[in-house]
Design a binder for this molecule. Sequence first.
Ligand SMILES: *Cc1c(COP(=O)(O)O)cnc(C)c1O
Length: 384
Amino acid sequence: MLTSNRMNNLHPYVPGEQPKDRVYIKLNANENPYAPCKAVQDAVIDFVQNNPMKMTVYPDPDSNELHAAIADMLNKTGGVLCRAKVDGDKVEPASEDKIPFTVTPDMIYSGNGSDEVLSFVFYAFFDSSKKFVMPEFTYSFYPVYAGFYNIPMDNVPLKADWSLDKEEMLKRAANNKGGIIFANPNAPTGLGLKRTEVREMLKQASDDEIFIVDEAYCDFGGESCIPLLAEFKNLVIVRTFSKSVCSAGMRLGYIVASPELVNIVTTVKNSVNHFPIDAVAQVAGTVACKNPAYYCDCASKVAEERDKFYEFLKEQGFYVIKSETNFLFAKKDGVDGNELYKKIKSEGILIRHFSTPGIEDFVRITVGTPEQMAALKEAFLKVM
Ligand SMILES: *Cc1c(COP(=O)(O)O)cnc(C)c1O
């Protein structure tokens, strides 16, 4: 055998398709339909054109400027872009989202997309001798890392209304003593827990075991758990620039946690690749964080289109889960999810279908621009 035994545990993630044969409207990977702001575009051009020598040297290993900018954006938005109050360039959190302390740069660790960040978090906090708890239907990269690091998992079924079963997750976590992870709002369902609900969970969970909340979609209308960091030292929050900061192509994700936990994840990173995200992404990410008003506007537009398309799907007789994210998860009696996906694709629009048993009737639709959603409406009306 050429390969190690470890290879048998690898079941790589299958990303949403990125076809090159035809130009599709892409509503299948929860990417943002809007470009990064002009200041980010200018900063990248300036970096390459006017500072080419910066390409020859290693990037700042601590990403200091970027982490300061991320912390500042979180303080200004409360971690929920679509609800933040914008007045010209001035941004402040909605009153319910205000973080009751100042997020500081030493509470941020960043990496090449939250997928890489998650892999280091799994390595740092989950153990191959103890099962960690996660929802049965959630971000499908978690089981991939469980296989990669040989960590046993305990999948907790969702409730009949597709929400997380908090009680059962806590019960199993108390038995396993191996920590908890879930996405909030969850994917691919789109449903979130309130901060008070997560707080109750944290109060009941052991403070000796890690509690990870993946907030990839929080900016589109969830409730951030960042305020809970003041109370709970076992809490790690994972976030990304890919969805709400219009930058999936750049690969930039981060955690918000206590400086102690940030140092632990940094130790893992320094044992794999001692440099952080590249210098261009550091610049682009920093400038993006300095322009929160633009991204608040993008997130609000997406949330508005989402709620409109939710109503449309309901009118068409679909069962649609109320979403706090930039996607909708929907199914209809008598309609095969895979067939629907294929028919919509033949109309030039990509949506996502998962063949996973239990959710195979659903399609997941990423919310795009008003024009894209109008085209999708047409396609639905034609194929249904
Ligand atoms: C998209 C997504 C990620 C990964 O984001 P990247 O930063 O692009 O790697 C992580 N968690 C959830 C729940 C996601 O949907």
